[in-house]
Design a protein around this ligand. Sequence first.
Ligand code: G3H
Ligand code: 13P
Ligand code: ZN
Length: 340
Amino acid sequence: MPLVPMRILLDHAAENAYGLAAFNVNNMEQIQAIMAAAKETDSPVIIQASRGARSYSQDAYLRHLMLAAAELHPAVPIAMHLDHGNAPSTCFSAIEQGFTSVMMDGSLDEAGKTPSTFDYNVEVTQQVVDAAHAKGVSVEGEIGALGGIEDGHGAGLSEAEAQEHLTDPDQAEKFVAATGVDALAVAIGTSHGAYKFSRKPTGDVLRMNLIEEIHRRLPDTHIVMHGSSSVPQELQDIINAHGGKLRQTYGVPVEEIQRGIAHGVRKVNVDTDNRLAMTGAIRTVFADDPEQFDPRKYLGPARDAMQGVCVARMTAFGQAGNAGKIKPVTCKEMVTFYKK
Ligand code: G3H
Ligand code: 13P
Ligand code: ZN
């Protein structure tokens, strides 16, 4: 099966009331872990690469690894998505390199540090939607800027700024109408990385009620949750028991994500949990067997550990069992859909 536009996966998820994990990758083992999990659970797949991932791995390696995944798993629909494109040019180069979906994150300026204006966000996102849809490629936009309310993570926002840059449902409505994005990332108090919350989050710092309000106003828009790793205690413990020094931290509980999925969340971004799982496995090998130096002996267990996280998320989000039910559509075929 060719790589598919992300929109067809999101539409299927909406029609059948489930969510899709979108996992970040930088190398072969991570792609293999996701595909093994997809095979194990019969799940459709969203694999995403950030700008950092693209420069670390190089687009040609990424593209060929993704094509290998598609060749080895012909029954699994796979979307290849650009995570946090910082400018239209970044999205355009991704499309040229074979990505079937792009995120134009115009919520921040091009340097990716400072929250931008609404007008700037609409303008750059519109540009990307026009060009991407003409090629059948899906587009995710973002309204509101990510940043933990509690300690100002994410875009380096202070606590007060993070509150201020949570998604405003009015703006979300205007943004979707003005841009025609396929999916909308929202800011509800999550942040990237391991240090999201200093205790299990309650509704004042993880604003799931905002998602409910946005979904009420935009029932046909696919909502995206970023910063949605759950940062499981057992993964923190494995790392710290084998020489690591993570500070105690809390992520987004899976049950809160499930609540989001019941209210229009169709894409859930997970990177940190996989990083933690791989790191824990590698630390364990090195601690147990300090003489080991064959990369397969630690990258293999790391891959298995990541597969375990992916299986758990695919199952919890409800995408398991759906790969075989999706009729594949190519980006070329999608052009007609967008013309309507
Ligand atoms: O957006 C955050 C993802 O976890 C990707 O992180 O920019 O370090 O590749 P990265
Ligand atoms: P985590 O750091 O919570 O895994 O979030 C990843 C993400 O949002 C990628 O865009
Ligand atoms: Zn993100």
